[in-house]
Ligand binder design. Structure first.
Ligand code: FAD
Ligand code: FES
Length: 242
């Protein structure tokens, strides 16, 4: 974990309420895809946790959706302004090469998968991605990832791809899910973890400290309570007591 000041290099609106922001500076503390950063916002007491969407040693990309006051403020931040961030937080995904990876994203849960897809590509593996959202406009960063993965899409309202959930989509495509990596709404993650044998889910929780000190983000697992910010946010699907 490292406390750094990062400069906003770009802050691009990619849909009605979703933004892709590039933060530049010393980001060498980010070690794994699936980690998150915790951003200090002016006039807000708690930091805001956001997944690392993509990273290198000198930048982090984040993809965020406006939910409340904090993310609304972030959408208005000017290029060139500085943000204080805690980086190198959380465990990240366990990138396995002994299986065919199936990535499953719901809504803004697509965020950590840009780095995961790039990581797999660098290992000579083209992953399959099942990506669901409320409607067509909520399917984002497709231009960035479309050449790097086999992408199947669905929407709740049927405005793009299959009308239904990602689980419907996987069944529709008759895909054998050997090992999954999933990120998205809690109900989606629960359904996936109960449907498939083996894989990992990236969970969200309301966070206090964000680095393991307050226990505010604990969840129940088969091995007792675990902190989403410290032992997570990535857990084996089967270890979470849903
Ligand atoms: C590990 C982790 C990674 C995340 N990654 C991303 C990401 O990549 N992109 C993204 O857009 N969002 C992500 N989130 C969610 C993000 O942290 C919240 O959307 C953000 O903190 C909301 O701040 P706000 O000030 O806009 O909303 P607030 O005004 O704080 O809250 C608005 C509403 O959202 C609810 N809420 C706030 N935080 C959370 C939360 N963590 N989980 C569930 N409900 C919440 C509140 O209860 C309230 O109803 C992540 C959360 C975690 C824990
Ligand atoms: S937010 Fe404090 S322990 Fe996780």
């Amino acid at each position: 974990m490292k406390d750094v000041e990062l400069v906003i290099k770009s802050n691009i609106k990619v849909s009605k309420d979703i933004y892709l922001m590039r933060l530049e500076g010393d980001t060498s503390e980010v070690k794994n895809c699936g980690e998150f950063i915790n951003i200090t916002l002016p006039n807000h007491y708690l930091r805001r946790p956001i997944s690392v969407c993509d990273y290198s040693s000198d930048h982090i990309d984040i993809l965020f959706k406006i939910l409340g006051h904090g993310t609304k403020d972030m959408a208005g931040f000017e290029v060139g302004s500085k943000l204080k961030c805690l980086i190198g937080l959380g465990n990240g995904f366990n990138i396995r090469t002994d299986i065919k990876p199936t990535l499953i994203a719901g809504g803004i849960g697509i965020a950590p998968f840009m780095a995961v897809i790039k990581k797999y590509n660098s290992l000579g593996i083209r992953p399959q991605l099942f990506y669901g959202a409320r409607s067509k406009d909520d399917l984002v960063i497709l231009d960035e990832i479309k050449e790097m993965a086999d992408i199947f899409m669905c929407t709740d309202d049927g405005s793009y791809g299959l009308k239904g959930t990602v689980l419907d989509l996987i069944k529709h495509e008759n895909i054998n899910v050997e090992y999954y990596y999933a990120c998205g709404p809690y109900k989606m993650l629960e359904a996936i973890a109960k449907e498939f044998n083996d894989g990992e889910v990236s969970l969200e929780a309301r966070m206090g400290c964000g680095f393991g000190a307050c226990m505010g983000c604990s969840i129940k697992t088969t091995e007792g309570p675990k902190r989403v910010c410290k032992e997570g946010p990535v857990f084996k699907g089967k270890e979470v007591l849903w």
